[in-house]
Design a protein around this ligand. Sequence first.
Ligand SMILES: [Cu+2]
Length: 133
Amino acid sequence: MYSRHFATIAVGLLLAGCSSSTDPTTPGVDVSIQTGAETRGSSAFAPSPFTLSLADDGTVKWRNGDVGTTGGAYGTGATAGTTHTITSDTQGLFDSGSLAPGATFEHTFTAPGSYHYHCSIHPTMTGVIVVNP
Ligand SMILES: [Cu+2]
């Protein structure tokens, strides 16, 4: 009887561990904004630098993966997601505007180069896209 009760608790803990992730992999996403991104500086966007080629259509798709967590079995330790932006350091080149947790943004590059960008809400968040011919 005791051991059966223990087994139930163990299974419950395993399930709680598995359900803590609310950041499913999204097909086609190239760069993800990381959990707690506003404190991560140049690691806020990953991968960064992200390299692609114009021959392979030149489109980058970002996802705001800073979606928070559901916490433990009763929501203990749950955290909210955070809105960010994908904003080119070169004004006007590209800007996602406010990107809610889980939302995606795409930009198609048309010329080779290194493109630096940041989050306009948390300017210490920085990333780089390297576009090859
Ligand atoms: Cu941000």
